[in-house]
Design a protein around this ligand. Sequence first.
Ligand code: NAD
Ligand code: UDP
Length: 330
Amino acid sequence: MILVTGLAGYIGSHTAVALLNSGKSIVGFDNFYNSSPDAVNAVKKLTGKDFPFYVADLTDVESMRPVFEENKISAVIHFAGLKAVGESVAKPLMYYQNNVSGTVNLLQLMMEYNVKRIAFSSTATVYGEPKVVPITEDFPNSATNPYARTKLFIEGILKDVCKTDPEFSVVLLRYFNPIGAHESGLIGENPNGIPNNLMPRICQTAKGIMKSLTVFGDDYPTPDGTGIRDYIHVCDLAEGHIAALNKIQTSTGVQIYNLGTGVGYSVYDLIHTFSRVNEINVPYVVCPRRAGDVPILLSNPKKANDELGWIAKRDLEDMCRSSWNFVKDK
Ligand code: NAD
Ligand code: UDP
């Protein structure tokens, strides 16, 4: 049985669907800090499959204990965590406690129950400001904010744990920019409060919740002057976890993989593609650059393609169409 932490979240819910559809049995937990039981019910409805789900918190060991006590867990996919960069700058201790201490608690329970396989949600943010792109897994790491630092600390903790036990198996998955939603429209990205990321902001602007989208800089050294990112469809990302699971079940030690497409799109590419495929206007204004943003982030996903046998298949139109399909009637 595969334990999915943070199952009710954006990537967790899509991965749960992919796991169930590939015949795996799962158990999940979440504390619903940034999600709701609706996502858990939607996963069950979409797949027609039931699974045990617990309301539990990484920072409260005893709340997680029944998950381990009552289920025979063979591997963990660890999504649960806080992910807002700005909030992490304002509340660093909350981030260290939740993400870092929480993961230590989870690992302690894994040790206690002899669970030695884990895939961890890391991020391209651990590459800091890369000197060149595309980025390969051996690029140097640095953190420019507490959120990124929690990910680097956890990567380090997992590496240390591996050194103590030759049977331990860890896959660190460094996601680039996940967007899009399941084609059913039943699950998707549903951030609490005002979103920070580009696609949720495009959607809010298209809905009229935001009057216009703020384009953070059109003077970058890129073809149209706006920032370029490696956007990856969340369903492709979910499938990457199935491939990673096969890897952790057949290897030991630490493996690191970029999960991206290797194709870059600008802010204007997203706005224009979204408008065209959804036939909806997205008004925008150009503003100064956002502090901390880099001009281009682009993955080299070859290692994941070759070693995991996984490749991102969905294109930008799919990402824009499915994102809108999820939010348009909400
Ligand atoms: P999300 O917020 O939608 O999902 C995370 C889930 O974890 C939420 O349901 C939240 O309620 C839960 N959670 C948080 N703290 C918890 C705790 N202490 N105990 C139990 N549950 C807790 O985020 P997501 O986009 O699905 O991201 C999943 C993981 O991937 C996170 O670790 C995130 O840092 C990482 N990641 C996300 C992105 C992205 O752009 N979405 C990019 C790179 C890495
Ligand atoms: N961006 C923008 N306006 C917004 C939000 C983001 O122009 O309202 C740009 C941002 O400068 C970056 C890209 O969109 O070039 C992706 O930003 P996002 O926050 O989605 O992801 P990041 O790569 O920063 O984690």
